[in-house]
Design a protein around this ligand. Sequence first.
Ligand code: SAH
Length: 236
Amino acid sequence: MSTARAFFAFCAISLSTGASGRTQAPIIDPAQSARLRMVETQLRSRGITDPAVLKAMSRVPRHAFVPVDVKAFAYDDRPLPIGRNQTISQPYVVAYMTEALRLQPEHAILEIGTGSGYQAAVIAELVKHVYTIEIIPDLASEARRSLATLGYRNVEVRSGNGYFGWADHAPFDRIIVTAAPPEIPQALIDQLAVGGLMVVPVGTASQEIVILSKTAAGVTQQKTIPVRFVPMVGKP
Ligand code: SAH
C-alpha cells in the first residue's frame, strides 16, 4: 500500500452533537481512529493506566507534529525523524514519561528538548503551563508554529541550551528531559521545586529513564526502563 493510501485508510468521520442537541455537520478527523487504536494497542495494552494521560494522547494530533513525508506513520509504534537528525519519541515512551510525572492541573512544567512540540502538547493538555527549551532554533520556531496553529496558548517555547534550565520561571513542579544527558544537570535539580519530580533519560551508550524526586530531606533517584534518546548536547 502506498504511503498516502496507508494514511487515509485510517480515515474516520464523526458526527458531533451541539449544545442544542441537534446533530451538526460531520467533523472530519482523518486520524481519529488511528489515534484511538494507538492508545489501545500501544499504551493501554502495555500498562499505561492514568485516564488523563490516555485521554490526552487520544486528543493530540501527532500527525500535525511530524514532517509531511512521515505523516503516514504518525500513529505507528516507533519514533520518527523530525529533521536535523532529531526524532519524535515512540508514543509509548511519551505516555510512560508523562504518566511518571504524576501531573496535576495547577502544575508549571519545564521540558528540555522541545523537538517537534508533541510531548509539550500532551503535557499542555494536563497542566496550567509548559515552558519548553530547544537548542536548535529552526526546530524551536517550527514547534512554536505547530503549537500555535493547534491553539495551545499555555506553552512557551524558547530557543536555548537546556543545561541552564529557565531560571526566570523556576521553581518548576515537574521537569521532563527528552534528550539524554550523561548525568542529570545540577541546574535542573536546583530549579525543581521541593516536592517535585523530574523524569529524564540518563546515559550515553545505554540509557535509562530516571525518576528523580526532591523533598525537604534531599534528592532520591529511581532507575526505570531502558530507552534510546538523542544526546543532550551543549554540556557547559
Ligand atoms: N520532545 C520532543 C522530542 C525530543 S528529541 C518531541 O516531542 O518531539 C530531543 C530534542 O532535544 C532535539 O530536538 C534536540 O535538538 C534537543 N536538545 C538536545 N540537547 C539540548 C539542549 N542542551 N537543550 C535543549 N534542547 C536540546
